[in-house]
Structures are given as C-alpha cells and as structure tokens.
Design a protein around this ligand. Structure first.
Ligand code: ATP
Length: 584
C-alpha cells in the first residue's frame, strides 16, 4: 500500500464527496437489510394464521403492511444504491482524470533522454491502463469494502440476535468462498494481463504494417505478412480461450458455494426448528436471504484484495515515472531577452544512451543576426549542434553561450520561445494545414499564416487543395509530398519570427529552384535574425556569413564560400561535384 499513498492527496481533495458517499452506502445497505427481516415476519404471519393464532382479516392487513414496508425499503435502498455509485464511483473518475493529467503534465517536462529510454507503448500504458487499475482502487474497491463492512455488521448483529448457532453454521462456507474468489481473481487478472499483452502486440504489429503498407505492397510480401498476422492472431485466440475458461468458473463457483450455504441453513435450521430451538419458521427464510445477500460481499473481499494488489503494482509503475526529475531544468526565474548571439567553446558531447561522442571540441562564434551554414558527412554531428542550442541536451564538457551567458543561465522557456526550429523529419500533426502552421504562433491571424506559407513557397500548393488551408492532414501528413511537408514545417518556424532560426537539412526534398526562392525569402524576412542552416548542398550554404564543415564531431574546415571553395578539402570537393552536376 506504500505506492498507493500517492492518492491520499486526491482523497483529501474529494473528502466531502467521499464522506457523503460512505454515508449513503451505509444507509443503502441498512435499508437493503430490512428485507430479510420483513420476509421472515411475513412467513411468521402466515404460520400464525395456519396454526389458528391469527384471524384472517388481521393476517391479511399485517401481510399488506409488511409487503408495503418491503417495497418501501427496496425503493429507498435502490435510490441510495444509485446515489452511492453516483458519489463514490464519480470520485474515482475525478481521481482518474486528475492522475492522468498529473502523469501527462510530468511527461511534458521530462527531457528527451527520458523518451529515448522508455518505449512509447510503455508511456501510453501507464497513462491509460495503469491509471485505470488505480481507479478501481479509488472507487469500486472502496465502495465494495464499505458495502461489505456495513452488510456484515448489520446482518450479523441481526442474525446472532435471532439464532446464534445457525449463524455460525451459515457463515462457515463464506471464508472458503472469499479465498476461492481471491485465488480465481488473481488467475483471471494474470490471464487478462497475458491477453492484454498479446492484444497490444497484435495492434503494434498491424499499426506498423499499415504505416509501411507501401513497402509491403512494393515488395509483394502481403502473404508472409498475412501469415504472421494469423500466427499472432491464433496465439491471441488461445489466450482468450484460456481466460474465458477461468472466467467461466467464477459464477458457477459462487452459485455452488451459495447452494452449500443454503443447504446448511435449510438442514440445520430445519433440524433446530423441529427440535424447538428456533421458534419461527420465518427465521429460516430470513437466513436464506441473508446468506444470498452476504455471498456477493464476501466474494468481493477476495476480489477487492486482488484489485488493491493490482492497483498497488500499477501505482508503483506510475510513481517510477513521476519520481523522475527532468534532466534539463530551468533555473532562471526572471525573463531573459534573447538577442541571438551564439558561441560554442570547445564543446564535446556524448549521447548518454548510446555513448556516441557526437561532438568533439567544437568551437565557433556567431553574432546576433549572422548566418551560419553547417556541412559534413551524415552522422558527423550537425543536428547535435542544433539540439544543444535548443537545450534538448546539456553538455558536460565545454561551454555554450547565448548572448555571452552560459546557456544554463538563460531562462529555458525564453530560449526555446526565441527559436524557430525546422527538424530534419518534418512532423505534422493530424490537423488542418492552418493549425499546423499556427502551431508556431497560436494567436496568428489568417493573413500571417498565408504570409508565412508564401515565404516558405508552399502557399500555391495549399490553395491548390480543395479545402485550402483547412485541408486536414493524415496521421503523419501523408497527403502532402515530402517537399510540401518540409515547407509547411518552415512556415511554422518563421511565423513566430524567432530570434534564432535553426534549419536542419529542411530543404533536402525541395528542388534547387524552389530552394533558391525560399532562401531569398528567408534572407529578406530574417535578415536581423541568427540563422543556422544544416545542409548537404553548397547552394544552401554559399550565402552564409560563416560556414563550418564537420567530420566525426570535429570542425575540419571553416570560413566563407569564397575562401572555402578555393581551399583543398571537403567543401571544395563538394562544390566542384555539385557544380558539375548542375552543368550536366
Ligand atoms: N538522440 C540520439 N541518441 C543517441 N545517439 C544519437 C542521437 N542522435 C544522434 N546520435 C548519434 O550521434 C552522431 C551524430 O548524429 P547527428 O544526427 O548529429 O549527425 P548529422 O551530422 O546531423 O547527420 P545527418 O546528416 O545524417 O543528419 C551519430 O553517430 C548518431 O548516431
């Protein structure tokens, strides 16, 4: 129960609703327990009439009164049972909502390395399945526990006061029932977990196949994919059957044990009645109803125990994530106005998860408003430089300075707000094109969206679509071509008119002519902004104020287009190669 302590703050938050819920539960059960007594009384009236102790008219009127009382008690109990669910179960839904938000909010502050270390499926499971299991503790488990306690206290008091020995015999099978249900619930949960895992495996498989459907079709591997699906699917069927088998045992077992208790009441109660130990035959009827009423709460003791165990395990998993501190933290409370000067001083960076040293002693300086182009082989560390400027990671060796201050002494949110980042893989959300662009500036007007799209040279493509800017993009913007996606992504970055523009090879899918036009527009609209452009093309780099060439995490060349094209090395080779390709 240690992990579940985390929920105490929520119980405190909803304490009034919970207290009302608990009181309502108690009232509901007390009224429900009027029934057995009243039924016993009705049978006693009939018995008295048969034995001639009661005249017909009095028997009839007494019967009518008890029947009306039974009806009244049932209605009140029903109403309160409804209110019980409306309070306690609703509280559990509120707690579920709060906990989901808490986990999601925490996910948002965690650094990229957290996302690298954990699988997306795991992140999703903890926020959905685990939170769901914890809710079972916060609602149903509490409700059924109070239910059981109230029913037992009231029923047992009444039963003992009526027939103490019979009570003892009647209660005998109930602990067995509770234990059996506990064992069965654990088995059901275990098998449900196996089914759940197999289902998530099946859905991950299908999801991936659908995403890569064009590859599957072009390589004509539909039949092998089909048979793989069939194998997974038949494994899942077997697991479902295994689960159904234990689930099917649940109710028959309960009925069997209720039957045993009923038999005991009839046999022992009957014997005691014959022997004169029990005065009224109505007591037997009363006890039969008690047994049936107590069976479910007794069964829930076992069930609730397994719910609490599961909730504890789930909350432990959730706490594991909640206890993680973000590696990148904002330590500066006051606002920092970012101008855009960037300086790397002997920066060495190793990715913690792979131990790959992506940058090795990198130094460069960029005044606010200057343009830098970074070239180099794939994997040479170009994107890493951009990640470090956005403080997605922190360096341990060397210093990165923004406006002459170490990057860690700059307000993190101001820093990120002042950056317009266009990643290598343009990621678009399943939303309209307009909203995807407005993502960069939520309060942007339609005119600003159009202006940004025009500057990114994608406006004409967008108005070519039937719904224009309202065109909704598929799960990953699949209705757009690679180049269109890149340009929408550029529009998103420039709409916020950032002090620092980071372009990570984002013109690779655009033809050179359009590239030229976009670069011209960028030069015009961001002439006073610091821009870093990562590219494999000389055409993207040639107008930059500074150019650096990376190899294996080290700067091997730096200068301007004019100096580098004349210096032997990577840049000149690339320049000559791309010039001759253009001439061809
Ligand atoms: N998130 C990461 N976690 C671990 N290692 C990484 C990560 N990102 C990049 N690396 C590694 O760091 C090195 C530099 O990668 P980086 O993406 O900076 O290169 P790049 O020059 O931008 O390459 P490309 O031109 O192919 O985009 C590579 O060896 C890469 O495998």
């Amino acid at each position: 129960m240690k992990a579940l302590k985390h929920l105490n703050k929520y119980f405190y938050k909803y304490r009034y609703r919970l207290i009302v819920g608990i009181l309502i539960t108690i009232v509901a059960k007390i009224f429900a327990l009027f029934t057995p007594r009243l039924i016993g009384k009705s049978i006693n009236i009939i018995e008295a009439y048969i034995e001639g102790d009661l005249p017909l008219s009095l028997a009839k009127s007494s019967l009518l009164t008890t029947i009306l009382l039974i009806l009244g008690a049932a209605i009140v109990a029903g109403l309160f049972t409804f209110l019980m669910r409306q309070t306690i179960i609703n509280v559990s839904r509120y707690i579920e909502y709060d906990l989901k938000n808490e986990v999601y909010k925490h996910y948002q502050v965690l650094s990229l390395s957290f996302y690298k270390a954990n699988r997306t499926g795991d992140l999703m499971n903890r926020i959905s399945e685990d939170v769901g299991k914890v809710r079972m503790y916060a609602g149903p488990a509490i409700m059924y526990t109070i239910n059981t306690i109230t029913l037992f206290t009231v029923a047992l008091t009444q039963m003992i006061s009526t027939a103490p020995e019979l009570t003892l015999y009647t209660m005998l099978p109930l602990p067995v029932l509770s234990f059996v249900i506990y064992k069965l619930s654990r088995l059901i949960n275990l098998r449900s977990k196996i089914v759940q895992e197999s289902l998530s495996g099946l859905s991950s498989f299908t999801q991936e196949q659908f995403s890569g459907i064009s590859v599957i079709k072009s390589y004509t591997i539909e039949s092998s994919v089909n048979s793989e699906f069939e194998t997974l699917s038949s494994e899942n069927r077997q697991k479902q059957i295994d689960l159904a088998k234990v689930q099917a045992l649940f109710f028959p077992l309960m009925i069997l044990l209720i039957g045993v208790s009923n038999l005991l009441v009839i046999y022992i109660g009957g014997k005691q009645y014959i022997d004169g130990q029990i005065e009224n035959i109505g007591t037997i009827a009363e006890f039969i109803i008690y047994v049936n009423m107590l069976t479910w709460p007794v069964a829930t003791v076992g069930w609730v125990t397994s719910i609490v165990q599961q909730a504890e395990a789930s909350q432990k998993r959730i706490n594991e994530f909640l206890d993680q501190e973000p590696e990148i933290k904002n330590t500066v409370e006051e606002e920092t106005k970012i101008k855009g000067k960037i300086e790397f001083q002997n920066v060495t960076f190793t990715y913690p998860d792979t131990n790959i040293t992506a940058l090795n002693g990198v130094s460069f300086k960029l005044e606010a408003g200057e343009k830098l182009a970074i070239l180099g082989m794939t994997g040479s560390g170009k994107s890493t430089i951009l990640d470090l400027i956005g403080r997605l990671y922190d360096t341990e060796q060397g210093t990165i300075k923004i406006d002459d201050k170490p990057i860690t002494e700059v307000n993190l949110f101001n820093l990120r707000e002042s950056i317009g980042y266009v990643p290598q893989d343009a990621f678009l959300f399943s939303d309209s094109i307009k909203n995807n662009i407005k993502f960069g500036k939520e309060d942007a007007t339609d005119d600003e969206v159009i202006e940004a799209a025009k500057n990114a040279k994608v406006h004409k493509n967008i108005i070519g679509f039937k719904k224009g800017y309202d065109t909704v993009l598929g799960e990953r913007g699949i209705t757009l071509s690679g180049g269109q996606k890149q340009r929408v992504s550029i529009a998103r970055a420039i709409i916020k008119s950032p002090e620092i523009l980071l372009l990570d090879d984002c013109l690779s899918a655009v033809d050179t002519e359009t590239e030229e036009k976009i670069l011209k527009n960028l030069e015009r609209i961001s002439s006073d902004k610091t821009t870093i452009i990562v590219s494999h093309r000389i055409s993207s780099a040639k107008n930059a104020d500074k150019i650096i060439v990376l190899d294996n995490g080290k700067i091997i060349q730096s200068g301007t287009h004019q100096t580098l094209k004349k210096t032997e090395g990577y840049y000149k080779d690339l320049y000559l190669k791309q010039r001759s390709e253009k001439e061809m």
